[in-house]
Ligand binder design. Structure first.
Ligand code: GLA
Length: 687
C-alpha cells in the first residue's frame, strides 16, 4: 500500500493542481501514509450539518471517510433517475477538510423500488424462503437482473468520481456473504459443475456417487447441498459460491476500471475468519485487502486478532486496511462490552503493527433511526464528541506524526503458515471430534511462532514459498495435486515444511487420498499415518525434546525410510498408540519435512516451535518482551521498526537488546521502555 500511496500522493498533487472540478485545494494535498478514518453517511443528515461533522473529524486528525455503501436509494431515487450531486458536494467538502473518500458501491442495500419491481432479485435462503426488503444483503448474488442494475449504478458512480482527486478508491458492496439457493443459482451451479467435470462419468467417479446411490444420469439431478451431503458436492457448491462472488465483484470492477484513475484502488471489506467462500478466489481480482475488525466481548486477543490481520495481509501479500473497527463497542453481540479506556488506541497500533496502513471506525455518528442505534460512535446523536473522542484524536495525531516514519515499511518474514478454506471446510464438515477446531489449531502454531519471530505471513498453499525458511501447514486436510507439487518443490528447494495433525487426508474433490496421510507427500516424508484417533483424554508424549501430554487428536505414525527420525513418541494410552511415533522428521537436501501427528498445549508448543525454528535456522528476535506484551516488526526503506503494545493488565518494562529510537517521544534514544496498561511504543533501530 505504501507504494500505492506514494503514487497516489504524487498523482493527487498533480491532479489537484490541474483540477477544474468544483473541488477546492485541500489543506493536505498529500495523502498521509497512515490514515485514520470513519464511516460517514452524509445522506442521513441535513447538508447544513456536514461542515460541523467534518470539522470535528479534522480536529480528530481523521483523513479518510468511507461514504456511500448503503446509499442506493439516495443515489437513484427512482429507476434510471440518478442524483449524485449531493455525493459530489459531500466528497468535495470532506476534501476541503483534508479528508479523502473511499467510495462504497451501494449494492448491499437495494432500494425498495428495485425489489418491488424485480422481486426475482431477492435471495432465496437455505429454507427456500424469499428474503424481504428492509434489511441488507437481501439480493441474489447470482441473479442477472441484479447484476445489470448494479452495473448501471456503479458505472454512473465511476463516471462521476473515477477522476475525483479526493476519491482514493472503491469499496465494492459491503461484507459480501449472503448467498441464494434460487432456481437460477441452482442451474448455474449445475452448469459450473459441467464445466469443471466435463462428463457425468467423471463427476460420479470423483465423488464416488455409487455410495448411497447418489449416481447422476443428468446434470439437472444434482442438488444444492442445503443440509449437508456428499463431501464432493459440498466442496463443489462452496467453490461455485466463491466463483460466483468473484463474478459478482468483476461485474462492478468491469465498469469502474475504464472510468477510474489507476491510482484509485478497488477493494471490498472482508470479515477475518469468515469462511463462507474462498477469499483467495475473490481477492485475486482486487487491488487491496481490507477487513472489518470487531471485538464484541471488549477483550482483545492479540493472537487471534493478529492471525486475522495476517490472513488478510496474505490475500494480496502486501499492506492492508482496517475498513471498519469499533469505537468502543458494537451492538450485535449478546453483551456488547466496551473496550477499556486506552484499548481503542492499543488496537489501532496492533493493526498497524501487523501491516495495516489505515484504520477506519464504524461509525462516525449513529443515524437517528435504523437498526444500529446502540452501536459505538465518535460523536453522539447530539453531534458532540463522546468520551472516546479524545483517545481517537490522540491516535490521529500519532498517525500524522509517525506516518512518515512508517511510510514504505511492511511485514517481512522468513516464516509462513499456510491457510486453506478448503481444508477448513473439509474438517468442519467431518470433524470426527468436536474438539478439533481448525482455526484454533492454526492459533496453537501462530502464537509461539509470532512471539519468537514477531512477524509471520499467512498465505495460500499455492503461492511461491521459496522466500521462506520455515512453512508450517496446520491441518492442511485437503491437498490438491497442484498444491502437493508446490510443497514438494519447496522442500526440494531447501525449504523446511511442517505438516500437522490431519494433513493431506483429502484430495481436490474432498475425497480420501488413495494413499495414507500425508498422501502425495508420504514418499518425501519417508513415513505415514497408520491410523488416527479422537482422544477422550490427554495421552503422554515423550522424547529428548519434550515430556508432555497431547490431546484431542492423535495419529499413529510410522517411518519407511532409514533417514526419517522419530522425534517424539506416545506413552501408554489406548494400546494402539503406546510407544508409537507421534512426531517424525526427515532431512531432504538442505530442507526438511516434519509431521506432527497430535495436538499439544501452549507450553509444549513453545518448545516445539523453538525446535522447528532452530532446525530451519530462523533467527529469533533479540527483543524479548514480557507475557502480555505484543512485539511486531515492520521493515522497509532501510528501516526496522518495532511496535510494542501492552495487552497485559499491569505496567510492563521491556529491556531492549540495543539502544533504539523512541519515535513517539521526541526520538529519544532508549534502552528500556515502560509500557502502561494498553501502552504503545514505536521504536526504530538506529541506521
Ligand atoms: C458490519 C457492517 C457495518 C456495521 C457494523 C456494525 O461490519 O459492515 O455496516 O453494521 O457491522 O458493527
Amino acid at each position: 500500500m505504501n507504494r500505492i500511496f506514494s503514487t497516489i500522493a504524487v498523482l493527487s498533487v498533480a491532479i489537484l493542481s490541474m483540477a477544474t472540478v468544483h473541488s477546492q485545494t485541500t489543506a493536505n494535498s498529500q495523502v498521509p501514509p497512515l490514515l485514520l478514518g470513519a464511516a460517514w453517511y452524509p445522506e442521513q443528515w441535513p447538508e447544513a450539518r456536514w461542515d460541523a461533522d467534518l470539522a470535528l473529524m479534522e480536529k480528530a486528525h481523521l483523513h479518510v471517510v468511507r461514504v456511500g455503501e448503503f446509499a442506493w436509494s439516495s443515489m437513484e431515487p427512482t429507476e434510471g433517475h440518478y442524483d449524485l450531486d449531493w455525493l459530489e458536494r459531500a466528497i468535495n467538502l470532506a476534501g476541503k477538510h483534508g479528508i479523502y473518500t473511499v467510495l462504497g458501491t451501494p449494492t448491499a442495500t437495494p432500494p425498495a423500488w428495485l425489489t418491488a419491481k424485480y422481486p426475482e432479485t431477492l435471495r432465496i435462503d437455505e429454507n427456500g424462503r424469499r428474503d424481504e426488503h428492509g434489511n441488507r444483503l437481501q439480493y441474489d448474488w447470482s441473479n442477472a437482473k441484479y447484476r445489470a442494475l448494479s452495473r448501471a449504478i456503479v458505472e454512473r458512480l465511476a463516471t462521476r468520481f473515477g477522476h475525483n482527486p479526493y476519491v482514493l478508491g472503491w469499496q465494492l458492496d459491503n461484507e459480501i456473504s449472503q448467498i441464494s439457493t434460487s432456481d437460477g443459482a441452482h442451474k448455474q451451479f449445475q452448469d459450473w459443475l459441467q464445466k469443471r467435470y466435463g462428463t457425468l462419468d467423471n463427476l460420479n467417479t470423483r465423488w464416488t456417487t455409487a455410495y448411497w446411490s447418489q449416481s447422476y444420469t443428468d446434470w439437472s439431478q444434482i442438488p444444492i447441498p442445503r443440509r449437508g451431503g456428499n463431501p464432493g458436492l459440498m466442496l463443489g457448491w462452496k467453490l461455485f459460491v466463491s466463483d460466483t462472488w468473484r463474478g459478482y465483484l468483476m461485474n462492478q470492477i468491469d465498469v469502474i476500471r475504464p472510468h477510474a484513475d489507476a491510482r484509485q484502488f478497488i477493494t471490498t471489506n472482508t470479515m477475518g475468519f469468515f469462511d463462507g467462500y474462498d477469499h483467495y478466489i475473490t481477492e485475486d481480482v482486487l487491488d487491496l485487502a481490507a477487513w472489518d475488525d470487531y471485538v464484541p466481548n471488549g477483550k482483545i486477543d492479540p493472537v487471534r486478532n493478529g492471525m486475522a490481520h495476517d490472513i488478510t495481509r496474505g490475500f494480496k501479500r502486501k499492506n492492508f486496511w482496517i475498513m471498519e473497527t469499533q469505537p468502543g463497542f458494537v451492538n450485535w453481540s449478546s453483551v456488547n462490552v466496551s473496550l477499556k479506556k486506552g484499548d481503542v488506541r492499543a488496537l489501532a497500533w496492533h493493526d498497524i503493527a501487523h501491516g495495516a496502513d489505515a484504520v477506519s471506525y464504524w461509525q462516525w455518528r449513529s443515524a437517528l433511526n435504523g437498526q444500529e442505534e446502540y452501536h459505538g460512535t465518535l460523536v453522539g446523536a447530539d453531534g458532540t464528541p463522546v468520551p472516546l473522542y479524545p483517545e481517537v484524536q490522540q491516535i490521529g495525531a500519532e498517525f500524522e506524526k509517525l506516518g512518515p516514519v512508517l511510510a514504505g515499511t511492511h511485514v517481512d518474514t522468513d516464516v509462513a503458515m499456510l491457510h486453506s478454506y478448503e481444508s477448513r471446510w473439509a474438517i468442519e464438515w467431518q470433524r470426527h471430534t468436536d474438539k478439533f477446531d481448525p482455526v484454533a489449531e492454526m492459533g496453537r502454531y501462530y502464537g509461539p511462532l509470532h512471539e519468537a519471530t514477531q512477524a509471520v505471513d499467512i498465505v495460500a498453499p499455492n503461492v511461491d514459498l521459496s522466500k521462506y525458511k520455515l512453512v508450517v501447514a496446520p491441518a492442511l486436510n485437503l491437498l490438491t495435486d497442484a498444491d502437493a507439487k508446490n510443497l514438494i518443490a519447496y522442500v526440494n528447494g531447501g525449504g523446511n515444511l511442517v505438516l500437522t495433525a490431519r494433513s493431506a487426508m483429502k484430495n481436490g474433490d474432498n475425497g480420501l487420498q488413495p494413499e495414507r496421510q500425508p498422501g502425495p507427500l508420504a514418499a518425501l516424508l519417508g513415513g505415514r499415518v497408520e491410523q488416527f484417533y479422537a482422544l477422550p483424554e490427554p495421552v503422554p508424549v515423550d522424547g529428548d525434546l519434550l515430556h508432555t501430554k497431547a490431546s484431542i487428536w492423535a495419529e499413529l505414525l510410522s517411518t519407511s525410510s532409514p533417514d526419517t527420525k522419530v522425534v517424539l513418541r506416545y506413552g501408554k494410552s489406548n494400546g494402539w498408540l503406546d510407544g508409537q511415533p507421534a512426531v517424525i522428521s526427515r532431512r531432504v537436501g538442505n530442507g526438511s519435512i516434519t509431521y506432527i501427528g497430535t495436538v499439544f498445549d501452549d507450553a509444549a508448543m513453545k518448545t516445539l516451535t523453538e525446535w522447528l525454528l532452530s532446525e530451519a535456522k530462523v533467527t529469533k528476535s533479540k527483543l524479548v518482551v514480557p507475557e502480555g506484551v505484543e512485539a511486531s516488526v515492520r521493515q522497509g526503506n532501510g528501516k526496522t521498526l518495532h511496535i510494542l503494545v501492552n495487552f497485559a493488565d499491569k505496567v510492563e518494562t521491556v529491556t531492549l537488546p540495543s539502544p533504539m529510537i523512541d519515535e513517539m517521544h521526541d526520538k529519544h534514544t532508549v534502552r528500556e521502555v515502560v509500557l502502561p496498561v494498553s501502552g504503545v511504543a514505536v521504536l526504530s533501530e538506529p541506521r
